[in-house]
Design a protein around this ligand. Sequence first.
Ligand SMILES: NC(=O)c1ccc[n+]([C@@H]2O[C@H](COP(=O)([O-])OP(=O)(O)OC[C@H]3O[C@@H](n4cnc5c(N)ncnc54)[C@H](O)[C@@H]3O)[C@@H](O)[C@H]2O)c1
Ligand SMILES: O=C(O)C(=O)C[C@]1(C(=O)O)C=C[C@@H](O)C=C1
Length: 310
Amino acid sequence: MSAARISRLAVIGAGLIGSSIARAAREKGLADTVVVSDADPGVRARVRLLGFADVVAETAAEAARDADLVIACVPVCASGAVAAEVGPELKPGAILSDVGSVKGAVLEAMAPFVPPHAHLIPAHPVAGTEFSGPEAGFAALFENRWCILTPPEGADPEAVERLAALWRGMGANVEAMTARHHDLVLAITSHVPHLIAYNIVGTAAHLEETLTSEVIKFSAGGFRDFTRIAASDPTMWRDVFLTNREAVLEMLGRFTEDLSALQRAIRYGDGEALFAHFTRTRAIRRSIIEMGQETAAPDFGRRPAPGAAE
Ligand SMILES: NC(=O)c1ccc[n+]([C@@H]2O[C@H](COP(=O)([O-])OP(=O)(O)OC[C@H]3O[C@@H](n4cnc5c(N)ncnc54)[C@H](O)[C@@H]3O)[C@@H](O)[C@H]2O)c1
Ligand SMILES: O=C(O)C(=O)C[C@]1(C(=O)O)C=C[C@@H](O)C=C1
């Protein structure tokens, strides 16, 4: 199915994800006009300087006016407020979407504000970094990454295809599933791993002062990787854990049981159990690499760190 071209694309929230979408849409010519808005006047001023938007709108409502597609790129708990602001502006046939890391809560928060003549199609690009803000985005962020669409029951297939076409245009591979299933899968693949990183880095920080400074001095490999993840945006991750509570607690329960089994194997010197476990997990890493998805941690070879000389 060929999807109709996007005349006006409105991006609400110009941080890492919103600015990456605006840059990719402009660079790849996916929309005639890219309008960007952000609640923070300082961010709007930086977007003007960075020049990745055709228009910088003062409000979300102004950005959404006459847009074919509006994408909320804000922390999950702000998605309802954005929908309330843009809902009355949505023209017939317009699509309202988002990029939130949790989908059930977003659907619930946004749906009441979408008029019957418009379409709500939530989405989640499974691509990101530990950086935030308009300087952190880059057009190649979504290339060869998944974008998961979670259309509600009865969603218009043409609208779904139109949104899917935009994500494919930005280089993503698109898949659709229910919001509930998304939240369960992402709880184990993304949310619990972030919690583990926040926890282990916190534990290191709570050690006595001399030990903490040695942890920092000698950190390499494993711990260093955790510190990258634990540097991720506090607002974003607070919202993820507040809104995907049930699935995260379910996966954390399983995680804790498995950790206890490993702890027991160490206590009783059960080398066979440890070896069998590590062999199974090594195979999972290999299958991820074979699927070409091993780059969950972004490499700086693909883009400069914000603030670094280009
Ligand atoms: N960072 C990642 O790795 C990543 C990856 C995939 C999806 N996501 C999701 O994308 C969304 C945005 O994340 P980000 O990393 O781009 O965050 P960010 O902090 O870089 O940017 C968020 C922007 O939203 C603006 N904002 C907040 N409330 C607003 C409102 N009510 N109206 C207008 N603007 C508002 C903020 O001023 C900020 O500029 C989150 O829901 C997050 O879960 C993030
Ligand atoms: O690589 C990173 O920095 C990320 O954490 C990206 C990551 C992930 O967990 O894979 C984080 C949250 C998003 O919802 C999607 C992607």
